[in-house]
Design a binder for this molecule. Structure first.
Ligand code: NAD
Ligand code: DAU
Length: 376
């Protein structure tokens, strides 16, 4: 199989590329990425010389380039992650989100359609897998926390914090109600993907995942930003009262779910991906302070004073909570890591990889890699 992974130089994409390159030596993995500020080929240093891997610098909005690539690389399957992904940026610059997330997805869909329909086998053995987010479902109400029993065999018996901050969850059939320009653009792209199945018979799949955390996440997002700020004793800007709830999943568990769904998921289906792991922002921030301080040999909670409440994010969604029972029951996926383990690994990774962080925060990685792939 020749598989096109878009956005493979970003956070989640780099984990998906690494998993596929290592696990499937007989596949050819083509990583297509525009290398925006969020794309960093340093994330893939360990696999960049592998025979079954190829990097192509291109913009998904460039329809002609997408058509050429589909044909030149004889693409059989697409895992589409390329997107503008940060909510705060979408509030300042919504057009870029509409361009990349909506028009870019449409350009890729149409390029895939034209190429696959030109083949004798047409859509037989082909797959267009679109990676979406739980944010398209809008926001859930926040009520008192109560203990819940997730459907996972490995985690249900553990001491993992299993709290739900409300009675409702996001299900696969929850109505779309996006609030931010980011989630509106992702919702729109999801609709286009489903329309290509319903109208042209393209074999599509959509998954909606909760908040990811782990190595190689761009430090504009809560967890890497705050780990870096605690390390350097900079203020931690908590939006509003820090009461908002997010549902966190270790990035490699998301990548494993993507692998499983790409190979075993049913065409035209939607799967929610999440680990039943809800946390209030302020609680997670305290866990980060405690862990960073311990790993750096500082006194317990020495850095609590860095917490700084700032103006809330406009339209800030109160609570996200994914119900991933369908994925667990139908395909047998479950998260492999307890949250405590995942956070420990994540904190240690960022503290051990200060050079990666310095390159990203200084912007050096962009000058180096972008110029390397220009004019190729
Ligand atoms: P990211 O911002 O870290 O990476 C996005 C990648 O896409 C970057 O490498 C960037 O260079 C590339 N890209 C952007 N515009 C492009 C364009 N026009 N053409 C080609 N490449 C382009 O994002 P992420 O957090 O890894 O998210 C990946 C996908 O997963 C997104 O579609 C996002 O909506 C979705 N998602 C993310 C999360 C999360 O918690 N991060 C959760 C659920 C779903
Ligand atoms: O739910 C999935 C989504 O998770 C993905 O689709 C997005 O691509 C991804 O960015 C993420 O969106 P969030 O907005 O939830 O993530 P972020 O890390 O930006 O913020 C997490 C929470 O922390 C949110 O409630 C806002 C808050 N926050 C964030 C930052 C960056 C702060 O309080 N202070 C901050 O400085």
């Amino acid at each position: 199989m020749n598989i096109l992974i878009t956005g493979g130089a970003g956070f989640i994409g780099s984990h998906v590329v690494r998993l596929f390159v290592n696990k499937y030596p007989s596949y050819k993995i083509i990583n297509l990425d525009k290398l925006t500020y969020a794309g960093n080929l340093e994330n893939l240093k360990d696999i960049e010389d592998r025979e079954n891997y190829k990097f192509v610098k291109a913009d998904i909005c460039d329809f002609d380039a997408m058509c050429r690539l589909m044909k030149d690389e004889a693409i059989d399957g697409i895992i589409h992650l390329a997107a503008e992904s940060h909510v705060d940026r979408s509030i300042k610059d919504p057009f870029t989100f509409a361009r990349t997330n909506v028009m870019g997805t449409l350009s890729l869909l149409q390029a895939a359609k034209l190429y696959w329909e030109s083949l004798p086998e047409r859509y037989e053995g082909k797959r267009f897998y679109h990676i979406s987010t739980d944010e398209v479902y809008g926001a859930l109400e926040l009520t008192h926390p109560k203990g819940i029993e997730p459907p996972f065999s490995t985690t249900a018996s553990s001491s993992q914090h299993h709290l739900a901050y409300g009675d409702t969850f996001f299900y696969e059939d929850t109505k779309y109600q996006p609030h931010s320009p980011y989630s509106a653009s992702k919702a729109s792209s999801d609709h286009f993907v489903r329309a290509y199945h319903d109208t042209y018979g393209m074999p599509t799949i959509v998954t909606n995942c909760s908040n990811n955390y782990g190595p190689y996440q761009f430090p504009e997002k809560l967890i890497p930003l705050f780990i870096n700020n605690i390390r350097h004793r900079k203020p931690l800007p908590v939006y509003g009262k820090g009461e908002n709830v997010r549902d966190w999943l270790y990035v490699e568990d998301h990548a494993r779910a993507i692998d499983l769904i790409f190979h075993k998921g049913k065409v035209a289906e939607t799967y929610n991906i999440g680990g039943f792991n809800e946390w209030k922002n302020i609680d997670i921030i305290k866990v980060l302070i405690k862990t960073v301080d311990r790993v750096l040999g500082r006194g317990e909670f020495e850095d609590l004073g860095l917490i700084t409440y700032v103006t809330d994010r406009a339209g800030h969604d109160m609570r996200y909570a994914i119900d991933s029972t369908k994925l667990q029951k139908e395909l047998g996926w479950e998260p492999s890591l307890q949250f405590e383990e995942g956070i420990e690994k994540t904190v240690r990774w960022y503290l051990d990889n200060q050079k990666w962080m310095d390159n990203v925060t200084s912007g050096d990685y962009q000058n180096y890699y972008s110029s390397m792939y220009d004019n190729r």
